[in-house]
Design a protein around this ligand. Structure first.
Ligand code: NOJ
Length: 518
C-alpha cells in the first residue's frame, strides 16, 4: 500500500512471460528459468512492475504446460527448484513482483492423482475427478465439447466410465466439489506463497464447477465453421456456474493469509459473468481479466462504448484492468497492423486500470507462419484445415540479429520471429520498443494516467479521445484509428506521439495517437 492507499497492482503494469519462448540457456531450443533471470534487465528497462510467468510446473506438455503433473514442482525443461528460488530473489532485486500461473480446473492425466483415480472405481482418489457412466447406447454422458475439438469426455475402458476434460483428453477436470481437492490445491498455493510468489494468474476459472447435473449445452444459432467446433454450443452449463465463485473466494482467502497477494482471474465470458468474479464483497479475484480489447472490433465508437459499459458495470470499489494480447490470441500487430499497434499500445497504457502486456508486443511482434510438421498446439493439431491454433503467437523473442536471434544456440521449438530484434530496436529512437518505453515512463510519471479518473471526450468512426484527471492535472489522449488525417478533438501541450515528433496544431496525422497535457 502506498501513501495514497494504492496497492502496487493498481498503479502497476503486468508483463506476461511465456517461458518456452523467452530465453533458452541450455541449447535445447526451449526457454527456461535461468533465461528469464538473464533477461530481467529488459523487463525492468521496459518499466513494468510485475511478471506473470505461464506454467513452469512438471508437465507432459500436451498443452504447453497447462497440463500439470505436480503442482508444487518445477518442470526439468525449465530448471530446478533452486533455479526458481534464485529467480524469485533476482525478480525482487529488480524491484519487480512475480506472479505464477495457477491451473486449478484440470490436472494432467499423468498426475499421480489421476493415475490413482483411473485405476479403479473404488480408489480413494476416484472422486477427485469427474466420472460418469456412458449413456445407454454407449455415448458420452452429455453433449459437451472439448475446447480443442471433439467430445469433452473420454472413456476409461478399464473402469467403464467416461471422465470429463474441458480441454485436451490429457487434461482431466478436477472435481472441486470434493473438499480434499480443495484442500490439496490450497496447500499448493500456500507452498508457492511461502516460496515468495506475489500472486497468481488463475487459469480457466469459468470451468471450476461445471453443472453437477451435467445438462446438455444448447446449440448456438450464429455458429460459423471458422469459430471452431467447440463454439457450436453455448457454454451455459459447462462454465460460469455460481458455485465457482465460492471456490474463487476460498482461493482469495488463502491469498489473504499472506497479506493480500494478488489473484488475476482468467474467465472468458459476457460482462456480467466476468464481473461476478470480483465477488459481491470484493472478495473474489482482485482483477478478473478484461479481454474486450482483444474481442472488440477495432473501431473507436465501439471501443468508447465498451469502456463506458465496463466502467459502469464495475462493482463499487473494484479496480479495472485491460489486456491487448496473450499466448492464446492473435498478436495485436497482426490484428490491426504495425501502425495501429502503436495506437493500441497508447490505448492500453492510458486507460484507467491495470494493463497486461504480452511478451513481444512491446516489440510489435507479429504472428508467424508455422509449417505443419512443427505444430505444437493441440488445438491446431486437432482441427486441421481450420487455421485454428496458437503457435503463430508463441514464437521466441528476437533478442539480437545473430544466429538463433539470441534466443537459443540450438534448434528452436517453434520457428524464429521475423520482427526487428531488441538490440536493434533499443538503439533506434523511432522503434516500437523505444516508443513503448517512453509511453510506460509517461504513465508512471503522471498520476492522472495511473490512478486518475476517466472521461470520454469524443468518439466517431475515426477518432477516440478521452481525459484522465487527478487533482489539478488533466491528461488528454486522442487516438486516430484511421490511415487518414483527422481533426484533433481536444487540446493541450503534446507530450507523446506515436510518431515520435509533433505536427501542426489541431490535427492528428494518419495512425497517430497523441498524449496531451491540458
Ligand atoms: C487458458 C490458457 O491460457 C490456455 O493456454 C490453456 O490452453 C487453457 N486455459 C487450458 O488450461
Amino acid at each position: 500500500m502506498d501513501d495514497k492507499g494504492f496497492v502496487w497492482w493498481k498503479r502497476g503494469i503486468v508483463y506476461q512471460i511465456y517461458p518456452r519462448s523467452f530465453q533458452d540457456t541450455t541449447g535445447n531450443g526451449i526457454g527456461d528459468l535461468n533465461g528469464i533471470r538473464k533477461r530481467l534487465g529488459h523487463v525492468a528497462d521496459l518499466g513494468v512492475d510485475a511478471i506473470w510467468i505461464s506454467p513452469i510446473y512438471p508437465s507432459p506438455m500436451k498443452d504447453a504446460g497447462y497440463d500439470i503433473s505436480d503442482y508444487t514442482g518445477i518442470e526439468p525443461i525449465f530448471g530446478t527448484l533452486a533455479d526458481f528460488e534464485t529467480l524469485v530473489q533476482a525478480v525482487h532485486d529488480h524491484g519487480l513482483k512475480l506472479l505464477l500461473d495457477f491451473v486449478p480446473s484440470h490436472s494432467s492425466d499423468r498426475h499421480p492423482w489421476f493415475q490413482a483415480a483411473r485405476s479403479s472405481r473404488d480408489d480413494p482418489k476416484r472422486d477427485w475427478y469427474i466420472w460418469r457412466d456412458p449413456r445407454a447406447d454407449g455415448r458420452p454422458p452429455n453433449n459437451w465439447l472439448s475446447e480443442f475439438g471433439g467430445p469433452a469426455w473420454t472413456l476409461n475402458e478399464a473402469t467403464g466410465q467416461y471422465y470429463l476434460h474441458i480441454y485436451a483428453r490429457g487434461q482431466p477436470a478436477l472435481n472441486w466439489r470434493n473438499p480434499e481437492v480443495r484442500a490439496a490445491m490450497y496447500d499448493a498455493m500456500r507452498i508457492w506463497f511461502e516460496r515468495g510468489v506475489d500472486g497468481f494468474r488463475v487459469d480457466a476459472a469459468e470451468h471450476l464447477t461445471p453443472d453437477d447435473q451435467l445438462r446438455d449445452n444448447p446449440p448456438r444459432k450464429d455458429w460459423k465453421f471458422e469459430d471452431g467446433p467447440a463454439q457450436s454450443l453455448h457454454r451455459t452449463y459447462s462454465s460460469h456456474q455460481p458455485e465457482g465463485l465460492k471456490i474463487v473466494r476460498e482461493m482469495r482467502a488463502v491469498a489473504e493469509e499472506y497479506g493480500g497477494r494478488l489473484l488475476i482471474g482468467e474467465a472468458y465470458g459476457e460482462l456480467d459473468e466476468v464481473m461476478m468474479y470480483y465477488g459481491t464483497a470484493l472478495d473474489g479475484f482482485q482483477l478478473p481479466f478484461n479481454f474486450k480489447l482483444i474481442e472488440a472490433p477495432w473501431d473507436p465508437s465501439a471501443i468508447a462504448d465498451y469502456i463506458d459499459i465496463y466502467e459502469a458495470a464495475l462493482p463499487e470499489g473494484a479496480w479495472p484492468n485491460w489486456v491487448l494480447g496473450n499466448h492464446d490470441r492473435n498478436r495485436i500487430a497482426t490484428r490491426v497492423g504495425a501502425a495501429q499497434a502503436r495506437v493500441a499500445a497508447m490505448l492500453l497504457l492510458t486507460l484507467r486500470g491495470t494493463p497486461t502486456i504480452f511478451q513481444g508486443d512491446e516489440l510489435g511482434m507479429v504472428n508467424e507462419m508455422i509449417p505443419e510438421d512443427m505444430l505444437q498446439d493441440p488445438w491446431a493439431i486437432n482441427n486441421p484445415g481450420t487455421g485454428l491454433g496458437r503457435d503463430p503467437v508463441r514464437v521466441p523473442i528476437p533478442w539480437d540479429d545473430g544466429p538463433g536471434t539470441g534466443f537459443t544456440t540450438g534448434t528452436p521449438w517453434l520457428p524464429l520471429s521475423s520482427t526487428t530484434p531488441v538490440t536493434v530496436q533499443a538503439n533506434d529512437p523511432g522503434s516500437m520498443l523505444t516508443f513503448q518505453r517512453g509511453l510506460i515512463a509517461m504513465r508512471r510519471s503522471e498520476p492522472a494516467l495511473t490512478i486518475g479518473g476517466y472521461t470520454r471526450l469524443h468518439a466517431d468512426a475515426g477518432v477516440l479521445a478521452y481525459a484522465r484527471r487527478h487533482g489539478d492535472r488533466t491528461i488528454n489522449v486522442a487516438l486516430n484509428f484511421t490511415d487518414r488525417p483527422q481533426p484533433l478533438p481536444c487540446n493541450g501541450t503534446p507530450l507523446v506521439s506515436t510518431h515520435g515528433d509533433f505536427a501542426a496544431d489541431g490535427e492528428l496525422r494518419p495512425d497517430e495517437g497523441l498524449i496531451l497535457g491540458a
